[in-house]
Design a protein around this ligand. Structure first.
Ligand SMILES: *[C@@H]1O[C@H](CO)[C@@H](O)[C@H](O)[C@H]1NC(C)=O
Ligand SMILES: *[C@@H]1O[C@H](CO)[C@@H](O)[C@H](O)[C@H]1NC(C)=O
Ligand SMILES: *[C@@H]1O[C@H](CO)[C@@H](O)[C@H](O)[C@H]1NC(C)=O
Ligand SMILES: *[C@@H]1O[C@H](CO)[C@@H](O)[C@H](O)[C@H]1NC(C)=O
Ligand SMILES: *[C@@H]1O[C@H](CO)[C@@H](O)[C@H](O)[C@H]1NC(C)=O
Ligand SMILES: *[C@@H]1O[C@H](CO)[C@@H](O)[C@H](O)[C@H]1NC(C)=O
Ligand SMILES: *[C@@H]1O[C@H](CO)[C@@H](O)[C@H](O)[C@H]1NC(C)=O
Ligand SMILES: *[C@@H]1O[C@H](CO)[C@@H](O)[C@H](O)[C@H]1NC(C)=O
Length: 510
């Protein structure tokens, strides 16, 4: 179990991988450090002398050989280290690690391999978060076996199901019944699926605020999106309206969008949600609450209602001549529904699959905290943390020694390098809160992967819903972690500007 930190036979092996990992890590950092000071120095850092090469021990275990092989491959032997040390040492790193689809790969190759090993084993687990990782991984692998036609077909079916779940829209259904229509119900339904973008406005967490702002889209992108979605879904239903009606509906949607995208240049600033609520027929409070953890709805609301603001730009259009309420009132229900539904479906486009996915990468990016917990559990016991920390110290020490003894660096460069390495801060480990047993699993209860027949697309949408819930819990300070993959790229980062080996890089986002 997670709460047990005693070393088992299995852990000893991973403890070894950890050591190798840390050594590798520090090695990379050293190279970085070297480059950084070399770059900041005006004089050429190398003297034209040959490098002394010392062989200390030879590695024999499979793990070590694998890693050694990797390091070996990262070198670019065609480059003279005195010309360009970085290129010589790791010039081929990108070639071996860069998958243009996932930036993740370039940074966390080693962590990824450990996580992949875990995912491939697929041992039964009582942990919600581990099971979620396995579920997503399996759905991804299943999807990779399908051809594009079949995947597109599945995604179109899910799309149609979602349309019906939220309440349908006349552009997709001839028998749409206007008396069933309720804009608040529909928007709450979309918000319940964790969507940030609701067409008429969107949600973003900025610093200490939940901000409601405009949800912009270019006319051309809207037109393309409409065409694609209609083409995908209308083939699957016998209830479609006739072509003329669809044409008129599209025109109305485009016209409404034009109004909603009109600039507002002379009114700016932000107001409190409660101030706005008096002037608008949308039930904003209900819509916002729909994005919360159902188990903690009132608690979250109590904590964040005073931190929810609306940008005035989201309310006033056409330089204050119109506002959101007058636009809603002057549009037909038919057009409002069509617009909302289409914007919802366009917001899901990002979850669609194109080509083969890197399944481990997807798991880490979509379930970063689960991945981190797994990694912490299997590869970071407390003893290891100390070992890792000691090892970094050792390696830093020997790096300083190496610099001091080197004959190929100028004296000033040497001194700078040593200063820099000695000042390097290290942060090894993971968020301490992860140590409390069950902390993460308790928050995974709101992720619903109970239907084994879910498609990969549906699984990704459910995980997005779950992540919105988590992010609101975090914003309300009920949940200590930010659902962000930077925790996992963790342990592999050196910040050149901060001279800090840290838990995370700030380059990654959801
Ligand atoms: C895709 O797979 C399905 C089912 O396996 C098959 O019927 C279909 O011919 C394939 N399509 C293409 C373009 O390969
Ligand atoms: C629309 O729904 C209402 C109640 O939900 C029903 O009374 C009415 O007959 C329906 N109209 C049509 C055309 O189906
Ligand atoms: C739009 O729908 C609402 C709620 O169902 C209804 O009260 C209103 O009369 C409808 N508007 C129009 C123009 O039909
Ligand atoms: C509609 O989809 C089919 C494949 O399902 C595709 O061949 C066709 O080009 C699409 N049409 C448009 C207008 O996108
Ligand atoms: C929110 O603000 C109102 C007045 O602006 C205040 O009375 C209330 O105590 C605040 N609530 C919280 C939870 O801070
Ligand atoms: C904004 O500018 C428009 C003209 O461009 C003007 O009619 C309107 O009164 C202005 N609104 C405010 C609040 O200044
Ligand atoms: C989980 O999802 C299934 C459908 O996929 C649904 O039937 C079930 O009610 C959901 N459970 C919860 C607790 O929301
Ligand atoms: C999943 O699909 C299988 C085969 O199509 C079906 O027998 C089973 O009832 C489905 N399970 C659920 C939970 O829908």
């Amino acid at each position: 179990m997670f709460e047990h930190y005693k070393m088992t036979e299995k852990d000893k092996k991973s403890n070894f991988s950890l050591k190798v990992f840390v050594i590798l890590l520090v090695w990379i950092i050293s190279v970085y450090a070297a480059i950084t000071f070399i770059r900041s120095s005006d004089e050429p850092p190398c003297k034209s002398e040959s490098l002394p090469v010392r062989h200390k021990g030879v590695c024999k275990s499979p793990e070590c050989i694998t890693l050694a092989h990797q390091l070996h491959n990262w070198r670019d032997v065609s480059v003279d280290p005195c010309e360009n040390f970085f290129k010589a040492a790791c010039g081929k790193y990108n070639e071996h690690n860069l998958d243009p689809e996932t930036r993740f790969n370039t940074k966390t190759g080693i962590v990824a391999r450990l996580i992949e090993e875990f995912l491939d084993k697929n041992l039964p687990s009582t942990s919600n978060s581990e099971n979620a990782m396995h579920f997503l991984y399996q759905k991804c692998q299943e999807s990779n076996k399908l051809n594009a036609t079949v995947i597109a077909e599945q995604e179109a079916m899910s799309q149609l199901e979602l349309i019906r779940r939220i309440g349908s829209a006349p552009i997709f259904e001839r028998n749409w019944n206007e008396s069933d229509f309720n804009l608040n119900d529909m928007m709450a339904g979309i918000a319940e699926l964790g969507r940030d973008q609701l067409g008429f406005f969107q949600f973003t967490v900025i610093n200490q605020y939940l901000v409601i702002s405009r949800d912009p889209i270019q006319s051309e992108d809207l037109a393309t999106g409409i065409k694609k979605i209609l083409n995908e879904t209308l083939r699957l239903t016998d209830e479609k309206p006739d072509a003329d009606q669809i044409g008129r509906d599209i025109q109305d949607v485009m016209k409404l969008n034009k109004e909603l995208q009109e600039p507002n240049t002379n009114i700016s600033g932000a107001i409190h949600l409660s101030t706005l609520q008096e002037h608008i027929s949308l039930d904003l409070t209900r819509i916002i609450k729909s994005r919360f953890d159902p188990r903690r709805k009132e608690e979250v609301w109590r904590r964040i209602q005073n931190k929810t603001v609306v940008l005035i730009d989201a309310l006033y259009y056409s330089n204050g001549k119109k506002n959101l309420e007058t636009i809603l009132q002057s549009s037909s229900n038919r057009t409002l529904v069509n617009y909302l539904m289409i914007r919802f479906l366009i917001s899901l486009e990002k979850q669609k699959t194109s080509g083969k996915d890197d399944c481990t990468g997807k798991v880490v990016i979509k379930l970063p905290l689960a991945a981190l917990r797994m990694f912490a559990r299997n590869h970071f016991d407390k003893e290891n943390l100390q070992i890792a920390s000691d090892m970094v110290e050792d390696v830093i020490e020997s790096f300083v020694e190496t610099i001091q003894e080197s004959s190929w660096l100028h004296e000033t460069t040497k001194q700078r390098a040593i200063k820099k390495v000695k000042n390097m801060k290290k942060v090894i480990g993971y968020p301490k809160e992860l140590e409390a047993p069950g902390t993460l699993d308790r928050f995974f209860e709101s992720l619903n992967l109970s239907d084994i027949n879910m498609t990969y697309f549906e699984t990704k949408i459910e995980i997005e819903r779950f992540r919105t819930i988590q992010s609101m819990n975090h914003f309300a300070t009920l949940f200590p972690f930010e659902s962000n993959d930077r925790y996992v790229v963790a342990n592999a980062f050196y910040h050149p500007t901060l001279n800090k080996l840290s838990e995370y890089s700030s380059q990654f986002s959801k």
